[in-house]
Design a protein around this ligand. Sequence first.
Ligand code: SAM
Length: 162
Amino acid sequence: MSRLDMFIDRMVSQRACIDHAAALLADVAGPAFELGLGNGRTYHHMRKVLDPRDIYVFERAVAAHPDSTPPDDRLILGDVFETLPQALDRFGPTAVLIHADLGGHNRAKNDVFARSISPYVQPLLAPGGLMVSSDQMYFDGFEELPLPEHAVPGRCFIYRAP
Ligand code: SAM
């Protein structure tokens, strides 16, 4: 597979999984979290499909397109290993959707990162809350959901909290 093929698979899968999660959560109140703003493409899409739900964005350093930069009161700046525990104190287990795209091009490194960040993400999800991730996560007792149409297996994962 070329890098272009992999990039396209990731984009198509992110959109399909975010759309699917938004539909599943249509009648469920609660905030959503975006982990890793990057260019802001997925955040921009989440705003479209989750509006008017609050979306809090976790990012180390903002470098997004201006259209895709969250307002200051929805931006949580810093390393997620520090800001996620702070978010647990602030929000408790209330997030109904967490989307994460924190990795880079190295899948082995992404897997190590996903393994270490999973215990920081798990307690933030509300009962029945969904996690959409570009990397396999390592949760205890969460159900991995089947992927929606158009999502490419291995390029996106959906988990549901008990
Ligand atoms: N989904 C985004 C989009 O559609 O544009 C792309 C996200 S980009 C692949 C990953 C982002 O995660 C980068 O902006 C990086 O700064 C952020 N990131 C990676 N590790 C982080 C960490 N430990 N704490 C906070 N942000 C982190």
